[in-house]
Design a protein around this ligand. Structure first.
Ligand SMILES: Nc1ncnc2c1ncn2[C@@H]1O[C@H](COP(=O)(O)OP(=O)(O)OP(=O)(O)O)[C@@H](O)[C@H]1O
Length: 641
């Protein structure tokens, strides 16, 4: 595939390059209920004979031999049209010698390493689910040193479903350890990511492309290769990059009939807190249930991607901020559960139908025994608790399928951990499941490995009622609802623009008020400047007035002195006259009057002198003084006050 050929259109849809004629499954359509003969081995579970290996599916299909041959079914099966009815429903693929069939025909049709498959021209069509509803695989981690703990594995002899067994051959007394476990696949130490992808995951990716939901999850003890299997390395790409490459190849090869949009989200659950790794926001996304029981995580970033390389880039950036740490068994141990979700929105150009399907790729944190480090121990407690809840949920769901649940155990504790809450929909049967359980065959890990095998066994019994995502085909209804939405949007827009207008006018008013306040402020400062000036002037005036008052006082004193002196002179003259007159008339009294008059004059002079500071007694005053005072009094009349 040439990813560079993918160009996002303006709508964000991928418009990939086109492929020529490919394997076409277009003729494969359900034609109602048939009568496919049930296999006597369908109910068989090798570890628990009463437990059915494959669960029913509500889809009832009748295949023509030609459509079966299109799928690469062996002739014996293809020649027998029939039903995949309610329980037991053998998977299409489980009816073959699965290992050779998956590798040689279906898997290579799905895989696009050399060619891309063209599945449908009608928005995913109504293609049946291919592959098992639940695929369980075991992967044994390679070890360098020889182990005396011998495990054997291989194909179950004569098994119609092509299953494989794994068994521990050590001389253990524990019946659990000696038990033989059957799975769809057991991958030995020599296996590589590519073959694991082809056999265990490719059908899930293909079904997601056709409108089904799918989940792939890696489970196992810490250090046993979950991340190695899911992500791989540059030299050995894992399930995620291989799946993305397949998905984009399928998109490309169906570009003539459909348009596609692929978005991804990437979350981690660390110490029971969900984190959106793409946005790396501090806000923890909340999990709630939608109107149709679907799990909704919000807020959650769903970034549009147009090539597998872009997906790898996003993942790489997110992995850089994921919680990892060295544990006793793994130098770079994932301390969180990582959930990558791929949303495929497929729009048929001919039928105008849209389907949305989701592929969840989950790398669980590894279970472990108590660590010596405090922080690791705390993380480990959260990890173990959520894995325990996952185990309980799977166990209860399996029991309910087998009809073995007592009423007290009916409750499925999805809500007891964020992990089971997020996976609720997938676990409760609405997704095709592929579990990859990783184990170590080292003797010291025998108990953990056995627990992992038991967990995988229980997963095989999960209920399934996988349906294709509903295609929204009611074009008219869609148009009506879009029109209604548009009208509502228009109303909201009008309301919004009114509010905007109101806000603008409020803003203008406020601006005007601010300008007025500013003008007032400058006016006020001018006033205060004037007031200051006035106060200065006033104080000058007051000082002048004080000076003038002092002048007036001085002048008044001078006037008073002059008047007193005038009076004294007049009295003196009068006395002179009296004297002259009394010489003649009353000589005896004359002396007395003169004395009295002189006394009076003297008193007046004293009073004057003490009040004015001037010498007013003519006897003591020389003529110059009198003249000076008189001239001052005449030249400086008292100022008006
Ligand atoms: N099949 C394998 N081939 C080669 N190397 C492997 C394989 N499986 C695991 N490893 C190596 O083992 C180490 C641990 O693997 P990995 O990190 O995938 O384990 P894990 O199960 O994801 O652990 P944890 O749960 O602690 O995150 C890594 O160095 C990895 O490269």
């Amino acid at each position: 595939m040439s990813s560079s050929a993918n160009k996002p259109s303006s709508t964000g849809m991928v418009t990939p390059r086109r492929y020529s004629t490919m394997t076409t499954l277009r003729n494969l359509t359900p034609q109602g209920k048939g009568n496919y003969p049930q296999s006597p081995l369908v109910n068989r579970n090798f570890s628990n004979p009463s437990t059915p290996m494959f669960r029913s599916n509500s889809t009832q299909l009748n295949f023509t031999s030609s459509s079966a041959l299109d799928l690469g079914l062996p002739e014996a099966v293809a020649a027998s049209p029939g039903t995949l009815d309610r329980y037991p429903r053998p998977s299409l693929l489980s009816l073959q010698d699965a290992s050779s069939y998956r590798t040689d025909s279906f898997d290579s049709a799905v895989s696009s390493s050399s060619k891309a498959a063209k599945f449908s021209s009608s928005g995913g069509g109504d293609l049946p689910l291919l592959g098992n509803d639940i695929i369980t695989s075991i992967r044994i981690r390679p070890i360098n040193q020889p182990s005396n703990n011998i495990w054997t594995h291989g194909p179950v002899p004569n098994d119609l479903y092509g299953r494989e067994y794994i068994r521990q051959d050590s001389s253990s007394n524990s019946s659990a350890l000696q038990q033989e476990y059957m799975f769809n696949h057991v991958f030995g130490m020599e296996s590589d990511n590519s073959s694991i992808y082809q056999k265990s995951v490719a059908s899930v990716v293909r079904n997601v492309f056709c409108g089904y939901n799918g989940i792939v999850f890696a489970y196992g003890m810490t250090g046993t290769g979950k991340t190695y299997s899911m992500q791989g390395t540059e030299d050995e790409p894992g399930i995620i990059p291989l799946g993305m490459r397949d998905l984009f190849d399928m998109v490309e090869s169906n570009a003539d009939s459909d348009t596609f949009q692929i978005r991804i989200s990437y979350l981690e659950i660390y110490n029971e807190r969900i984190r959106d790794l793409i946005s790396n926001s501090q806000e923890e996304p909340k999990v709630r249930e939608g109107a149709n029981g679907e799990v909704i995580v919000s807020p959650m970033t769903r970034v549009l991607v147009t090539s597998p390389e872009e997906v790898s880039q996003v993942i790489e950036q997110c992995n850089a901020i994921r919680k990892t740490a060295a544990t006793d068994y793994n130098t770079y141990s994932s301390r969180s559960h990582a959930i990558l979700q791929v949303f495929l929105i497929r729009n048929s150009l001919s039928t105008h139908t849209t389907r949305t399907s989701t592929l969840s790729l989950v790398d669980l944190a590894g279970s472990e025994r108590a660590s010596t480090d405090h922080e690791r121990r705390k993380e480990g407690a959260f990890i173990n608790k959520s894995l325990l809840t996952l185990g309980t949920v799977i166990s209860r769901l399996s029991n309910s399928v087998n009809g073995g649940s007592s009423s007290s155990n009916n409750h499925i504790p999805y809500r007891e951990s964020k992990l089971t809450r997020l996976l609720q929909q997938s676990l409760s049967g609405q997704s095709q499941i592929s579990l990859l359980a990783t184990i170590s065959i080292e003797a010291r890990h025998a108990v953990e490995s056995t627990n992992t095998l038991k967990f995988a066994m229980r997963t095989q019994n999960l209920p399934t009622e996988i349906r294709q995502a509903e295609a929204s085909t009611n074009y008219q209804a869609e148009v009506t609802s879009l029109r209604a939405a548009l009208a509502k949007s228009n109303q909201e827009l009008e309301l919004f623009s009114n509010t905007l207008k109101q806000l603008k006018s409020d803003l203008e008013e406020r601006d005007a008020y601010i300008s007025w306040l500013e003008a007032e402020k400058s006016h006020e400062s001018a006033i205060s400047r004037v007031r200051l000036r006035m106060e200065e002037l006033l104080s000058d005036r007051n000082m002048e007035i004080a000076d003038l008052k002092e002048d007036v006082n001085d002048k008044e004193k001078i006037i008073y002195a002059l008047r007193s002196s005038q009076r004294r002179r007049e009295l003196a003259e009068l006395n002179q006259s009296k004297i002259r007159f009394s010489r003649f008339r009353d000589l005896p009294n004359r002396k007395y009057e003169i004395d009295e008059s002189e006394k009076e004059n003297s008193t007046l002079s004293k009073e004057n002198e003490s009040a004015t500071g001037y010498v007013t007694d003519p006897a003591e005053m020389d003529q110059d003084d009198v003249e000076t005072i008189s001239l001052e009094a005449i030249n400086s009349p008292p100022a008006a006050v």
